[in-house]
Design a protein around this ligand. Structure first.
Ligand code: 7TS
Length: 413
């Protein structure tokens, strides 16, 4: 076998030109944007697609017989096929548009789990979930009498896979696991986990909010039943995301919201439902945002997953090495497989103060529990400072971050 050809290197300076906001100055300094796990910046292609839609195509979808409505409907449905290709889903009908990852997971909780789970059934999550992949399961557990259990994590921030095996029991009905942790950056072995769960007939959901922006995702290779992600973290607009669901499961699920566009027929007494995905898209959808999402996925694929992955790995390795050399700084989350997240603590300084000093330098990071309080509790810390990278970040920006952290040490000495 011949080795795969090396990916052409990413021209970071050139791709930065595609993102207008990256040339902004904040507090008189060049913006150093390292909060990509919270939301990523938007390339001109996405901004233009949204504004072009409003300027030339705007109409409601799946309703009008007029020219614009037909055009908007075609554009909207094309993005469904676009998302399916991006995730290697088997068909556009397996893609439901949602407001984002959170709504996608709540959809599965309320439509699939609520009618399926019985008292004593178990939902298995991990100890590193974002609250979005934990609280919806707690809500549905309270509604059904099911129980939420969690795979423990190690001090390095990896899943304890031996414990995982032991937690898959005859009572487990659902595995809901995060692909890449937003607080630690850990990449979980989801393909293996899904196959272990499927051996026992357990339904699986993967939270891909933090994987889709960094890794190529193939839902058929992962083998999961559901996969959720948010557009705004993958360089698209806010207010849009998608749920992939295996066709047989979606077909059997009831609607979770009622309204326009999700019905087959309605009388005053009774309604019947449209087939998926329309069944799960009640009301006027986020049309312009969907169009923007399509432009974002096109953009990512034009840059290419391979050069993105190579550059981001290099950047994370560089940042990790520089941080290891800093006195009084501790990295939180040192898994062997990581993507684009550097969580850290500065001795004697609250992460919020770290964030505030860096902000004075024009450096945007996030400080807090990152909506992953169980991770913080497990590691015995209240919060972390977190730098999270995208492919448009540079070594110079890492150097600026390091200088900023050195200044934090001096300010609080
Ligand atoms: N799952 C993970 C792993 C996430 O990181 C996030 C958001 C969500 C779900 C929820 O996504 P939403 O688009 O529906 O809100 N994570 C973060 C973060 O790390 N900082 O701000 C939001």
């Amino acid at each position: 076998m011949t080795a795969p050809a090396a990916a052409p290197p990413l021209d970071v300076d050139r791709v930065r030109q595609d993102f207008p906001i990256l040339s902004e100055r904040v507090r008189g300094k060049p913006l150093v944007y390292l909060d990509n796990a919270a939301t990523s910046q938007k390339p001109r292609a996405v901004i233009d697609a949204v504004s072009r839609f409003y300027a030339t195509e705007n109409a409601n979808v799946h309703r009008g017989v007029h020219y614009l409505s037909e055009r908007a409907t075609v554009a909207y449905d094309e993005v469904r096929a676009r998302v399916a290709r991006f995730l290697n889903a088997p068909s556009p009908e397996t893609i439901v548009f949602t407001r984002g990852t959170t709504e996608a997971i709540n959809l599965v909780a309320q439509s699939w789990a609520r009618g399926t789970l019985r008292p004593g059934d178990e939902i298995l999550v991990t100890g590193m979930e974002h609250h979005s992949n934990l609280v919806p399961w707690q809500l549905v557990a309270a509604q059904t009498g099911a129980v939420v259990r969690a795979v423990p994590i190690t001090d390095a921030g990896e899943l304890d896979l031996r414990a995982f095996d032991g937690l898959l029991t005859d009572r487990t009905r659902l595995l809901a696991a995060v692909h890449v942790s937003n607080a630690l950056g850990t990449i979980n072995p989801v393909r293996w986990m899904v196959s272990r769960a499927h051996e026992r007939g357990i339904v699986t959901l993967i939270d891909g909010a933090q994987s889709v922006p960094h890794l190529p995702v193939d839902v058929q290779a992962i083998g999961c039943d559901f996969f959720a992600f948010s557009g705004h973290k993958v360089f698209g607009p806010t207010g849009v995301g998608a749920l992939y669901g295996r066709a047989e499961l979606l077909e059997g699920m009831p609607p979770w919201q009622g309204g326009g566009d999700m019905i087959e027929s309605v009388t005053l007494e009774h309604s019947t439902w449209a087939r998926p995905p329309a069944r799960f898209e009640a009301g006027t959808p986020m049309i312009a945002e969907v169009i923007g999402l399509g432009a974002a996925l096109d953009y990512v694929e034009t840059i290419g997953h391979a050069p993105i992955g190579t550059w981001e790995e290099e950047l994370l390795a560089y940042a990790t090495e520089r941080f290891r050399g800093l006195d009084g700084v501790r990295l939180v989350g040192t898994a062997r497989e990581k993507a684009s997240v550097l969580s850290f603590l500065v001795e004697g300084v609250h992460p919020h103060d770290v964030g505030a000093v860096l902000d004075d330098d024009g450096i945007a990071i996030r400080a807090g529990h990152h909506c992953a309080q169980p991770v913080m509790r497990r590691l015995g810390i209240p919060a972390t400072a977190r730098a999270s990278f995208a492919f448009y970040n540079t070594r110079d920006e890492v150097d600026a971050l390091v200088r900023g952290v050195e200044r934090v040490r001096r300010v609080f000495a």
